[in-house]
Design a protein. Structure first.
Ligand code: ZN
Length: 228
């Protein structure tokens, strides 16, 4: 019996190593080419991510990547699989710009956009908080108090606003403070707007900025011509 268990265990280990290592270690998760490192992404993809990482801004929104690039693949993989190394790559590539904004704008409080509770249950983590932790940043947590549908699935602006309305709750000393909202991707801006509305209803804040890892084309269009 003991022996049989050992055999089963070995088979299981072999299977695990072959399948999992084969999938996640030997191949770049972004381009699927085989790599000789165990960093999950190959050097070429890293170089590409790095070359397109540029701090830019539209209005009070700072962002690093255009979403419709290799970055969206990286972000999706990170959210789905919580591969720590992808978090390290993101942190490494944004660190300098992120701290530059914090200093330049004298940011006093950082608030990550909270994700849907269902999604935390599915994933077990909120990606924006994890990135802030890695950056050694103290942040204030806003709460998500309403179950909402996935925003990216709602195309109509009014419906999106309705879906996210009164979804947040915030507590803390925000009076007269300079605030930075932190997000991973701004798809249309409706969610982040609602969070700012919630803050403004309760507090007189001094200034508010947004730092997002990426911005979609749609969001850029809305921000540039002020309509949907
Ligand atoms: Zn690659």
């Amino acid at each position: 019996m003991q022996k049989l268990l050992m055999i089963i265990n070995n088979l299981h280990q072999n299977f695990y190593n072959k399948i999992f290592r084969g999938f996640f270690y030997d191949r770049c998760i972004l381009c699927q080419k085989s790599t000789d490192n165990n960093m999950y992404i190959c050097y070429n993809c890293f170089k590409q991510l790095k070359s397109i990482a540029k701090l830019r801004s539209i209005k009070n929104i700072y962002y690093i990547w255009d979403y419709e690039t290799i970055f969206s693949k990286l972000l999706k993989n990170y959210k789905l699989n919580r591969i720590k190394n992808l978090e390290n790559i993101i942190v490494k590539l944004i660190k300098h710009d992120f701290f530059e904004i914090l200093n330049k704008k004298n940011i006093e409080i950082i608030i990550p956009v909270p994700i849907n509770n269902n999604r935390i249950r599915e994933r077990g983590f909120n990606q924006t908080e994890e990135i802030l932790k890695k950056l050694n940043i103290k942040y204030l947590k806003a709460k998500r108090i309403k179950a909402t549908k996935k925003m990216s699935r709602i195309l109509n602006k009014k419906e999106r606003e309705k879906n996210i309305k009164n979804a947040f709750k915030i507590e803390g000393d925000l009076e007269n403070k300079i605030i930075l909202i932190f997000d991973d991707v701004i798809t249309t801006g409706t969610t982040v707007n609602e969070l700012i509305k919630t803050i403004n209803k309760k507090y007189m804040i001094k200034e508010v900025y947004i730092f997002t890892l990426s911005l979609t084309k749609t969001a850029k269009k809305i921000l540039n011509d002020g309509r949907d």
